[in-house]
Write a protein that binds this ligand. Structure first.
Ligand SMILES: Nc1ncnc2c1ncn2[C@@H]1O[C@H](COP(=O)(O)OP(=O)(O)OP(=O)(O)O)[C@@H](O)[C@H]1O
Ligand SMILES: [Mg+2]
Ligand SMILES: [Zn+2]
Length: 328
């Protein structure tokens, strides 16, 4: 699971906020209790001097063991007194402890297991939720689901080439649904082609929804947006920023490039599309590309090499029908 730097930063910030707020709340409760039950402040002072006393006992040598044991007993008695004071005053035993959202990792996001540091489930969940939120900012994911995709919009009457839109789109729908349900970070890539308003964006977001809920990272970009960003960074020589954007496009489990061909086409952008696509395909990572362009136009803009690689690496889905924005 690799998330874009932005998603990673936002999720980490949220996690830190959780942890700090648990610690702050515990501090707040502590000062409240110190006022209400002053004896507790005393006990805490005594408890915190335990370490120093223990070190002294060891340094003194003589009877260190006996002294340590008596210190430990004293320590235990103090802890019990503290708990009793809390409960007899109507507080819970752990009232002074920080209450973390996740008690497995204390909101640090990581767990030590068999001498290894592993990412806690709560942090994985936070990352995936954040990725989803970021995607939602671009397009409301909740609206573009498999459930809200209605096949009745596609005509059962054959077109002039004898193709039946309803039949074609049913197959595409089934293909996409199965693709999403069985998605892994080694899945095939998809090329969604077709006229405007036929549901390419809708179905690719439906896939994104499903794939994110399986815990994979998805980055959705519109071609004009991301390519102009890359070009700007490139020609302002801010290579680290350009590199950072490329990194998130290359590392995510699924990259969706929407509206390919609607960008302002330059030598830089057509090369960038080729390189991006090529790098992902070479490392076996799936991409979904959506475009209004036909094969000939794709070849003219992005080279024959690009198109032949795309055809080899992608399942090509040819959308058919009448503009659904218009019908709606
Ligand atoms: N089969 C469908 N059922 C319900 N709503 C649909 C369907 N197909 C498309 N829509 C809706 O119609 C609108 C246009 O669809 P969408 O944006 O997916 O088309 P597109 O193929 O991506 O078009 P473009 O090439 O212009 O980007 C969207 O609001 C989408 O949610
Ligand atoms: Mg679209
Ligand atoms: Zn956790």
């Amino acid at each position: 699971m690799a998330y874009s730097k932005l998603v990673f930063d936002i999720a980490t910030e949220k996690l830190n906020l959780r942890r700090n707020s648990a610690l702050n709340m515990a501090d707040y409760r502590k000062s409240e209790i110190h006022k209400a039950i002053p004896r507790i402040a005393e006990i805490e002072r005594e408890l915190s001097s335990f370490g120093i006393s223990a070190a002294k006992a060891v340094l003194n040598g003589k009877d260190a063991v006996a002294e340590l044991n008596s210190l430990k007993e004293n320590n235990l008695a103090l802890q019990n007194e503290l708990k009793t004071l809390l409960t007899s005053n109507g507080y819970s035993e752990d009232y002074l402890e920080p209450h973390f959202v996740c008690d497995k990792c204390d909101d640090t996001g990581y767990i030590e297991l068999d001498n290894k540091t592993i990412t806690c489930e709560c942090y994985k969940k936070l990352l995936s939720e954040t990725a989803c939120d970021e995607l939602n900012k671009i397009s409301p994911l909740s609206l573009s689901t498999f459930d809200s995709f209605n096949l009745d919009y596609y005509s059962e009457t054959p077109d002039d080439k004898g193709r039946v839109p309803y039949k074609r789109m049913s197959q595409i729908y089934d293909y996409c649904l199965n693709y999403a349900k069985t998605f892994t970070d080694k899945s095939k890539s998809l090329l969604m082609k077709g006229e405007t308003g036929l549901g390419k964006t809708h179905l690719s977001l439906a896939i994104a929804n499903e794939v994110i809920s399986k815990g994979y990272s998805v980055v959705y970009v519109s071609a004009p947006d991301i390519l102009s960003k890359l070009e700007r960074e490139h020609f302002s020589y801010s290579y680290s920023k350009e590199h950072e954007i490329m990194q998130s496009l290359l590392e995510c489990d699924l990259l969706i490039i929407d509206d390919l061909g609607t960008e302002f086409i330059t030598q830089f952008t057509s090369a960038a599309v080729y390189n991006l696509f090529n790098s992902r395909i070479s490392s076996g990572k799936p991409v979904i590309i959506n475009t209004n362009l036909g094969v000939k136009e794709l070849e003219d803009i992005y080279s024959q090499r690009f198109v032949s690689r795309a055809k080899a690496a992608c399942a090509v889905l040819d959308f058919l029908g009448t503009d659904i924005r218009f019908i709606k």
